[in-house]
Design a binder for this molecule. Structure first.
Ligand SMILES: [Zn+2]
Ligand SMILES: [Zn+2]
Length: 270
């Protein structure tokens, strides 16, 4: 083999490997850098590609660690209505039956887990224990885990990551100690938690350019799979430094509209 073709082969191999590494979408709180992703191994299935072909029902399955249970109320409102309203709004006319829990008795208590912080592999494995569907057929589910610890990235627990979606999968995790330090007000924490869940479900359902192609120029490519609209839940800082500010207008209202029009029309067009 001559030197040039050896080099070309090497380059092709490298690109082949790079193409198989999807982005893990992360939420950051209190970080000023624009880094919001990391590379991980390719998942075995791709949730988004199946989702828009045959889905009849979508169930949000919630599992929580002892001491890290999700909020079920903010002020006088049911907290999980925020998730229900916004995902219904996003999926709009698709005729998908969305099931979201309301009370804690509809969620799974995982007990006290042995470890304090969690890797991607830990999260995938907990979710597997809760997942009821193989997600290839018409009935699908997204698993949302609430953990009493931090996400481990690059071997270190990250104390500012509110939540993540394991890219390409219907697995979401919320890190409760980060929610608890995000505000002094319980109502605000509850809305920050719901906003985090909606943002991560948005990624799991393909936003922005994360499995669903963009139909207008609203991807903030500098910040990965996020939206340029500061009033949209998919805006990168609305999942981090600006989340408290973002949820303010909704605190006293039972109507919490989190997605901007561009994100919604993209899902409609899919
Ligand atoms: Zn994000
Ligand atoms: Zn948007």
């Amino acid at each position: 083999m001559d030197r040039l073709s050896a080099l070309t082969r090497k380059r092709e191999r490298l690109f082949g490997v790079l193409a198989k590494i999807p982005v893990l979408v992360l939420l950051f709180l209190g970080m000023s850098s624009c880094s919001d992703s990391e590379t991980v191994l390719v998942p075995t299935d791709n949730f988004v590609s199946n989702f828009y072909t045959n889905t009849r029902s979508l169930t949000i399955l919630v599992g929580y660690e002892e001491g890290a249970s999700p909020f079920v109320k903010y002020n006088t409102f049911d907290a999980w209505d925020v998730c229900k309203q916004n995902i219904t709004d996003l999926l709009d006319t698709r005729g998908i039956n969305l099931k979201v829990p309301v009370g804690i008795e509809e969620m799974i208590n995982l007990g006290a887990l042995e470890q304090n912080n969690y890797t991607r592999e830990n999260l995938a494995s907990f979710a597997q224990g809760i997942q009821k569907n193989d997600n290839a057929t018409e009935d699908k589910s997204i698993v949302v885990l609430f953990l009493n610890g931090y996400y481990i990235k690059d071997g270190m627990p990250k104390q500012k990551i509110l939540g993540i979606n394991l890219d390409g999968t219907p697995v979401i995790a919320v890190f409760k100690p980060v929610i608890k330090t995000s505000s002094n007000s319980a109502a605000e924490q509850a809305l920050i938690e719901q906003s985090t869940i909606v943002h991560e479900i948005g990624h799991a359902l393909g936003l922005v350019n994360n499995g669903v192609p963009v139909t207008s120029a609203h991807q903030d490519a500098n910040h990965g799979a996020h939206c340029i609209n500061p009033k949209c839940v998919m805006f990168w800082q609305n999942s981090g430094t600006k989340i408290q500010q973002f949820v303010q207008p909704f605190l006293l209202s039972g109507k919490v509209q989190l997605f901007g029009n561009q994100c919604k029309s993209e899902i409609k067009a899919k």
